[in-house]
Design a protein around this ligand. Structure first.
Ligand SMILES: [Fe+2]
Length: 201
């Protein structure tokens, strides 16, 4: 049992028994939860498209996991998920409560360098979920950080600059930026290497 899960207010979202990871189910859940947030829904659809493009950077057995995480990574912004106000943790806790696999919940909790943001904001609770720091973690981060706020393609540097400008130089986002940005650039480099065919001998 995840600490704090009993306090969650999931509103009218019905629990879903998920035996395995099905991207269409993830899309459907994200669509219903984010109906109130059309820009966030468009962004999530864009991240899912980008994740599909990057799926060659993860093992074939993990491709549906990556796609599900892409669809669901930002559901913590939905009213039904709101608890701590820290969207990666709120989204992960909601997914856990709804019965989604632990690995998916953990990927959502830690997506796109959430640990740096949590530390800057003084948020505790992310340790409820293990950070697998895997090829899937990297591909999810790159898919998220190369998709703009309305789902449009963007470069990582454009996305970092846009977010920094939006939050402001004195924000907690800016506080985390100096550690989070190098982490995301390293993830992008690893994804690039994984997508680059080995030279013929
Ligand atoms: Fe996102």
């Amino acid at each position: 049992m995840i600490p704090g899960a009993a306090r969650l207010n999931v509103g009218s979202v019905p629990p879903v028994a998920v035996d395995h990871l099905v991207p269409a189910r993830a899309m459907s859940l994200a669509e219903s939860l984010l109906a109130e947030l059309p820009r966030r829904w468009s962004h999530s659809a864009g991240v899912a498209r980008r994740a599909a493009e990057l799926s060659g950077a993860v093992a074939p057995a993990d491709r549906d996991l990556l796609l599900c995480a892409a669809w669901l990574h930002d559901i913590g912004y939905a009213a039904a998920a709101r608890d701590t106000g820290f969207h990666p943790l709120d989204g992960a806790r909601l997914l856990w409560r709804l019965g989604w696999p632990a690995r998916l919940c953990a990927l959502v909790a830690h997506h796109s360098g959430a640990c740096f943001q949590a530390e800057a904001q003084g948020v505790t609770g992310l340790a409820e979920f293990p950070d697998e720091q895997s090829a899937v973690t990297d591909a999810l981060a790159v898919a998220d950080q190369t998709t703009g706020v309305c789902g449009e393609p963007a470069s990582l540097e454009e996305r970092l600059a846009e977010a920094l400008g939006r939050h402001g130089a004195l924000s907690v986002y800016a506080l985390a930026h100096s550690r989070r940005a190098p982490y995301l650039r390293a993830a992008a480099h690893r994804v690039h290497l994984r997508l680059t065919p080995a030279p013929a001998r």
